[in-house]
Write a new protein. Structure first.
Length: 126
């Protein structure tokens, strides 16, 4: 087989010499049946489970769960964690800072001092 023809066919040098067939694609992974909207709402939205956990519970792939969420118009959550500070009322945060200072109160609630400062600044402006 000529060099140009071998390159066009996608064959490696050894495959061309030995006459092996070239597999152009990987075999597709079984992704399972699409889950119902009710099951997705129950597990993903109300149960607050991850797409991977929902897939394991329903016997399909994570990709199928994400595709089905998009098909049903259910918003997919991002992987970022929500800040602990959003659960604490602004007046409680300000009182804690008044009592213990920014550094002491940040240490008590388990966040970085700069995170607490930024969070207070943003929430006061709202």
């Amino acid at each position: 087989m000529s060099e140009t023809r071998r390159k066009r066919s996608g064959m490696g040098r050894n495959q061309a010499e030995t006459g092996q067939k070239v597999r152009h694609r990987r075999p597709g992974r079984q992704i399972g049946p699409p889950p119902s909207r009710a099951a997705l709402v129950r597990l993903y939205v109300e149960g607050n489970q991850t797409a991977r956990d929902v897939a394991a519970a329903l016997g399909c792939s994570k990709d199928m769960v994400i595709r089905s969420l998009a098909d049903y118009g259910i918003k997919v959550r991002t992987r970022t964690k929500r800040s602990k500070l959003l659960a604490i009322a602004l007046d409680v945060l300000e009182a804690g800072v008044r009592d213990k200072g920014v550094r002491g109160y940040a240490r008590d609630i388990g966040v970085d001092e700069s995170t607490l400062r930024h969070h207070l600044k943003v929430r006061r402006c709202q």
